[in-house]
Design a protein. Structure first.
Length: 324
């Protein structure tokens, strides 16, 4: 961050960041009012306009995806970056951006509703609400399937979106975090693994993978150390080399470690528009009672705290630079 929050934050940068993380963690924000949800839905609607459901050449689809990515980047990142450069209260604006970019609250509130509905056998409601977050067929999920999908979405949201956003904020400041989070939301809105979206979502997904590589590598190291300390080693699984392995390899690497540390049931086959993708399974594959899945979410929270601690040397280094 170095000089981005201004001299008023000298020596207090670490405390400010921790305070924002805690406030964002506990302060509920309605899903439909959250800027990231609005961005995600807007990206989906943009794709419906520029990526019609009809056969087109791969080059045309990639050009459309590139232009859509550039358009969203200019509208969101470009405009906010310009405003940030001209703003006087950079400290306040930077912290406000971090608050919204972490984006853990909408899903935290939603997963409670989904799991509650599933436990009361209101599977139709649980599937419908879950389908708004997942780009997959949820219409035939059992109660256990709903639970597992919630765990997977929680892992991806916390350990890709949340962790990566915090990493880039500490390293490059609010605009770096904004770049990362926009790419994360676009990769979710235009999923490359979904049939018919492989080429349109190519640019956004590849850019996200590039930006996600450094925090993902560090987070895997944190998970590996955590698993070694707690003596919970991930099980090795064989997976045949295929295009789906290329698309899901990074995700499955994360899931294997998260399942080992938290005992969350993850993996297994998933269906996208009638196409079934085979994946390995991790964790104990059984339905969990409320107290059990609450304990799993506590493990997720503990991993987030561990991530914050792992980033503390960078935070303290930024503090030292600010005080000079």
């Amino acid at each position: 961050m170095i000089d981005l929050l201004g001299p008023a934050s000298a020596g207090l940068f670490t405390l400010w960041v921790i305070a924002i993380v805690v406030v964002e963690w506990v302060l509920p924000i309605p899903t439909r009012m959250h800027p990231l949800w609005i961005l995600h839905q807007s990206a989906k609607r943009l794709a419906q306009k520029v990526h019609p459901n009809k056969p087109r050449s791969r080059s045309q689809q990639r050009i459309s995806g590139l232009m859509a990515t550039v358009l969203v980047w200019l509208l969101i990142v470009g405009s906010i970056s310009l405003f940030y450069a001209l703003a006087d209260l950079k400290q306040l604006l930077g912290l406000l951006l971090l608050f919204f970019l972490l984006g853990s609250q909408p899903w935290r509130q939603e997963r409670k509703v989904i799991l509650h509905a599933a436990s009361r056998k209101m599977l139709k409601i649980a599937r419908a609400r879950l389908a708004r977050w997942l780009n997959r067929d949820c219409s035939h999920l059992t109660e256990f399937g709903v639970q597992k999908a919630v765990f997977e979405q929680s892992a991806k949201n916390h350990f890709h979106g949340w962790a990566g956003t915090l990493f880039w904020f500490v390293l490059l400041g609010p605009i770096g975090a904004l770049n990362f989070r926009v790419l994360y939301e676009l990769s979710r809105a235009w999923p490359q693994h979904l049939p018919g979206w492989h080429d349109f979502g190519f640019v956004a997904t590849q850019l996200f993978r590039i930006f996600n590589a450094p925090p993902a590598l560090l987070f895997r190291a944190v998970l590996t150390i955590f698993a070694w300390v707690t003596k919970r080693r991930p099980k090795k699984s064989k997976w045949s080399g295929s295009e789906s392995q290329l698309l899901y390899g990074q995700e499955c690497s994360l899931f294997s470690l998260v399942a080992a540390v938290t005992d969350a049931p993850l993996g297994g086959p998933i269906k996208y528009q009638g196409e079934t993708i085979t994946r390995p399974r991790w964790g104990t594959q059984k339905l969990r009672a409320k107290e059990n899945y609450v304990a799993i979410f506590r493990h997720f929270a503990l991993l987030q705290i561990t991530w914050l601690i792992a980033l503390s040397p960078l935070l303290l280094f930024s503090d030292l630079l600010l005080t000079r």
